[in-house]
Design a protein around this ligand. Sequence first.
Ligand code: TXA
Ligand code: MG
Length: 337
Amino acid sequence: MNMDIIRAAGHILEQGGLVAFPTETVYGLGANALDEEAARKTYAAKGRPSDNPLIVHIADLKDLYPIAGKVPQKAVTLAEKFWPGPLTMIFDKSGLVPHGTTGGLETVAVRMPDDAAALALIRAAGGYVSAPSANTSGRPSPTTAGHVLDDLDGRIDMILDGGPVHIGVESTIVDMTVDPPMILRPGAVTKEMLEETVGEVAVDHTILAADSKTPPKAPGMKYRHYAPRAEMTVVEGPLERVVDKISELSAAREEEGHRTGIIATRETMHRYSGKNVKCIGTREDESTVAANLYAILRDFDDDGTEFIYSEAFASDGIGSAVMNRLLKAAGHHVINV
Ligand code: TXA
Ligand code: MG
């Protein structure tokens, strides 16, 4: 990306403005993380509850120390291995970070994104850029600049267009203020990858649990997030039976005069009939499913789809991030066949 544009964007952030930018996970809505007023603007633009803390994005490991109260050795090990990359770590915050940015918490979430334009922007803006996903609160996260425009046109100062993102689901969040460290949100850096690096890692059990009575430890995970406008159902079980059940449910709704959508995979695509079937990727490589998930949910919204039926996915590796987002989008509405 052109350096003049990055410098202009950095200037907007320094002045307290809002700039959306690409990262490898999803597009972020950037603001100066050390400016309380900029955080307020971020919440207003997204229509987001202000008790939902923002992630501070940095471009250099040395910049972690001024904002974190204490940096455990395991965090340094993880940073050296996975930064820049789709890993967010939570630390006790220092006095430098305003409560506006952390949603009133005494902790701060920090990540170093793996995207050249993002890193250049963070440096141009002075080193600390808060960035939630650049969607209207409650809508699926944006994986293209067009998605950002659809949600936030007229509410933000600039969008840097870096093309479609690579990963497509938000970063893994790990709480480093506890030992063993605890995963609060699954992402492309998996539990297996973390454990290979620092040993035992715990998981916030609300992540895949169907009962939503226990509040998740990451405040944002409690909202019905990542949601399409349609009512969504996830069907899990042996693939043959899943296909039959989805076909049956969809046909019944169509008969009632409703518009339905089906989320299928390369392996099952040909087994459904009708025009309302979208291929989300291949089961052989679930990172393809992650990459297409949010764009497909948005496409169905644009088509006026009222009921979406999706196949379930494996819940290991990146599949765990995919299932976490699907279950949220479906409000935990799952049918087991
Ligand atoms: O991949 C990503 O992380 C993207 C890109 C733009 O970097 N950002 C992102 O931000 O997903 P957002 O705001 O949509 O999600 C941040 C999540 C929320 O669930 C929030 O509650 C949680 O991180 N979070 C932030 N700070 C926290 C803290 N101090 N303690 C616990 N959870 C925190
Ligand atoms: Mg978000």
